[in-house]
Design a protein around this ligand. Sequence first.
Ligand SMILES: [Zn+2]
Length: 126
Amino acid sequence: MLAKPKKVSKTALKAKADKLASQYYRAQTPYCEMAGLDEHQCAGVLNWAHIIGRANLRLRYEPYNHLILCAGEHLFFTHHPLDWIRALEKHYPERLRLAEQHRHEIVKCDYQAYIGRFTALPESQD
Ligand SMILES: [Zn+2]
């Protein structure tokens, strides 16, 4: 008799989906999306930076709910949420509008489906 497959925890699936999503979106947008738009100098590696934080599972993996930012600007905006909202209003109003519009929707997060989606390379998605 075959052994039962070991159940992978939701936490492990979430961590895997996050890692893949971060790689996927950084490959798709290999530059800081605030570069040249504000007074900051870009610094550090690229980060997957959320408009509304990852705790919101409806928006966690949505393409409109993030920017790719250098680590320096990600850190600055993490500590300056008002500047973050103002920068989004000025430079990325559509993403902010969509994130705001969908933020209260309740969903069951299918991490396995996201893992499948983000395992494909962005270049092969067209
Ligand atoms: Zn930057």
